[in-house]
Write a protein that binds this ligand. Structure first.
Ligand code: GDP
Ligand code: MG
Length: 467
């Protein structure tokens, strides 16, 4: 008897904890987070009806009763614009949901019939609460700043400066080169340099396709536009050797002013963002737009790899145990997903999968070490193309995609072979890959969105919570 009581208590607690899941949908800007969330809500609302979710076990077993949006915990945060997204997708011509400019929250309640015997005998209908947030991907890359001081950050930023990046940053680099950091700071001058620095980040992102751009608020300042907390920048050519030399500088020196603003930014902008939204996750899906990076070339591809592995160090991972679930929740299972898989023909999907695994090889090693299960997927949250075949050379059938480009042109095309491993010089030489962006397929607001393997990813992330 003495032994069974704690066991029962344990079960009870486990079961209570299993009623709520906080899922971190992680991805840099343009990775497909908003599309994923829109599709997730749509699929779960249509589960058991017209959604195609055969790979989601509780749906296949006919145990999902429905899903509803319920009031989110924090009423001061905007609601995730699901209806607006659906309205965009079902307009004529269909449009993608708007780019995200701020934080929004979403809480879903999923009703299901439990499979476990004890609950079943009681005829219990179980309920799972799923909490999600959406945010601009630009801001996410600020999380790693919390672990750096100003000088370390300057060094990191200098390491990123490839020739192409230097080109985008030229107006800033030229101006900062003549700056003496030991001199007294001039407000006007710092504001002007910060504007140039922000300009170089915009160019690197918009023209170059780079993802590792810090600080994220410089790209999307929100209500902080023009505030002095955003008027800083990294000083190039500084190193550890400068630490001692600069330590004794007066507070009004350029160096000390920039350092103080950097710390202030961390404390008042990044810290609260992390504290309020990025702690206490149970599950995670890391969305990666591998195909755009392939399109953009070796520099951007390497940059994405670095950005992702840096980013993943900002989350807490660990095996699930009752104690840490109660007091210190950590991510105990995660999915990594190559998004927009409908940009390539289906026979390329296994290659896309091994490519995203190769891209995240380093963080995956750490996760294995922490004994946290990871699975890779290739998916399309909102499928915009159809797979077809046409007669090719020598009686071979050639797989192709049928879709409508963003400009409204109907096309039938083969985008190319996805490399199976991290691409080598040879691949980049051949320029083997070009894809077109597609418009979403026509869609009526009352139906389920077409997708690729959303069900498989959801099964991995939530299936065990819906038993
Ligand atoms: N073909 C296709 N394009 C997608 C898909 N998901 C996202 N996209 C494209 O990628 C863009 C950015 O997606 P979004 O979800 O806004 O990215 P976020 O910045 O991570 O929220 C969209 O506007 C679409 O053009 C998908 O499943 N299929
Ligand atoms: Mg978004």
């Amino acid at each position: 008897m003495a032994l069974t009581l704690p066991q029962n208590l344990n079960d009870l607690l486990e079961r209570t904890l299993d009623r709520q899941v906080r899922l971190a949908v992680t991805g840099l800007s343009q990775a497909g987070k908003t599309a994923f969330l829109t599709s997730l809500v749509n699929q779960l609302r249509h589960a058991g009806l017209d959604a195609r979710l055969d790979l989601l076990t509780p749906v296949r077993e006919g145990r999902i009763l429905g899903a509803q949006r319920i009031n989110q915990p924090d009423l001061s945060i905007p609601r995730f614009p699901y209806d607006e997204g659906i309205a965009a997708l079902s307009s004529a011509p269909p449009r993608w949901p708007e780019a995200t400019r701020g934080i929004s929250e979403l809480r879903l309640s999923i009703r299901y019939r439990s499979r476990t015997r004890s609950r079943h005998l009681l005829g219990e209908q179980a309920q799972l609460t799923l909490d999600l947030i959406d945010y601009p991907g630009e801001w996410l890359l600020d999380l790693p700043l919390l672990k750096l001081d100003y000088l370390q950050w300057c060094e990191r930023m200098a390491e990123l400066m490839t020739e192409r990046r230097k080109h985008y940053a030229a107006p800033f680099l030229d101006a900062v080169a003549v700056l003496d950091p030991t001199m007294d700071a001039d407000e006007q001058q710092l504001a002007e340099l910060a504007a140039r620095y922000a300009g170089s980040l915009h160019k690197a992102r918009n023209e170059g396709g780079y993802t590792y751009v810090q600080p994220g608020r410089f790209l999307l300042p929100g209500e902080l536009a023009g505030a002095p907390v955003l008027q800083f920048f990294p000083l190039p050519d500084l190193g550890d050797a400068d630490r001692e030399r600069f330590a004794a500088l007066p507070a009004q020196s350029i160096y000390k002013t920039l350092e103080a603003r950097f710390e202030h930014y961390k404390r008042t902008v990044v810290g609260p963002f992390y504290r309020d939204y990025f702690r206490r996750f149970d599950r995670q899906i890391v969305l990666v737009d591998v195909l755009s990076a392939l399109n953009a070339g070796p520099d951007v591809f390497g940059d994405l790899r670095l950005a992702l592995s840096t980013l993943m160090q900002s989350f807490d991972y660990g095996r699930r145990s009752l104690v840490n679930r109660l007091f210190n929740p950590r991510i105990d299972r995660l999915a990594i997903a190559a998004t927009k898989a409908d940009h390539v023909t289906p026979e390329q999907h296994p290659r896309l999968l091994s490519l995203v695994e190769a891209l995240l090889a380093e963080p995956i090693k750490d996760l294995r070490y922490a004994d946290v299960p990871v699975r890779a997927f290739s998916l399309a949250a909102i499928r915009a193309t159809e797979a077809r075949t046409v007669a090719g050379n020598a009686d071979q059938q050639q797989p192709v995609l049928k879709g409508t480009t963003q400009d409204g042109e109907d096309v039938l095309l083969f985008p190319g072979d996805v490399p199976e491993q991290l691409p080598d010089a040879d691949f980049w030489q051949r320029q083997g890959f070009t894809f077109t962006s597609f418009r979403p397929a026509p869609f009526t607001a009352s139906s389920a969105l077409p997708h690729i393997r959303m069900d498989a990813a959801l099964d991995w992330l939530l299936g065990d919570k819906l038993r």
